[in-house]
Design a protein around this ligand. Structure first.
Ligand code: BGC
Ligand code: CA
Length: 219
């Protein structure tokens, strides 16, 4: 009988376990088909979309008690030309004092449209940011401010963001998958960012590295 030498067997086993681990660890959010009105008011159509929690702190950036950190519940919809996200954000203290957009109370959606999982941003990769007052900003070669629409409403416990991202370079249909990460920036009025909550990868690198994104699948 043919047998692999022991060292080769060990290497093959380690590699396959590592690959299986990587695959199983990356979560997939499901987006369901539907077109909401972008105004920050929660349309009925959102009720059919699953809820994703953005509540894992980036430890290095946590300057407040984790229990005080802003978090969000996100739902996703899609149609022929858009990915939509509804963010219900819990944040007791709203602030836009910080000069940098990413240090103001805001949410960020990171998208790797061709799912190449590159370690740098390519033409199709973009970072979309909306603060609690609806101010849009972003980055990456794939970012165009005109391709993002947002409606915001402040609530007792925080704020709501409803966003539409226009997508032209990928065919959106049931089964389409893209790289996705979600982030909440939290400022408690210190004039800077006091906490960052993520959906999946708990490092502050989603704005420059798409290989650490999770995924979204259209249904
Ligand atoms: C990050 C910041 C970064 C910024 C760049 C944010 O998502 O959290 O650390 O400087 O993006 O746009
Ligand atoms: Ca990409």
């Amino acid at each position: 009988m043919f047998r692999l030498p022991i060292p080769l067997l060990i290497i093959a086993f380690t590699v396959s376990v590592a690959l299986a681990d990587q695959e199983s660890e990356v979560p997939t959010a499901l987006a369901v088909r539907g077109t909401p009105t972008i105004d920050g008011k929660v349309d009925e159509i959102w009720a059919k979309a699953e809820k994703v929690k953005v509540n894992r702190p980036v430890k290095d950036l946590l300057k407040i008690d984790q229990a005080e950190m802003a978090t969000a519940t996100v739902q996703l919809l899609w149609d022929d030309r858009h990915l939509y996200a509804l963010w219900i954000v819990s944040d007791k203290h709203l602030s836009k004092e910080a000069g940098n957009d990413w240090e103001q109370d805001s949410i960020e959606l990171f998208l790797d449209r061709n799912l190449k999982r590159s370690t740098f941003y390519q033409f199709d990769d973009a970072q979309y940011r909306v603060n609690y007052e609806g101010k849009r900003s972003g980055g990456g070669d794939g970012y165009l401010e005109s391709e993002i629409e947002a409606g915001t409403v402040t609530t007792d416990g925080g704020y709501i963001v409803e966003m539409a991202i226009q997508i032209d370079d990928v065919e959106l249909k049931s089964g389409t998958r893209m790289g996705l990460e979600l982030q909440v920036n939290d400022s408690h009025g210190s004039g800077a960012r006091d906490a960052v909550a993520k959906w999946y990868h708990t490092e502050d690198d989603s704005w420059e590295n798409t290989s650490v994104f999770a995924t979204v699948e259209l249904q």
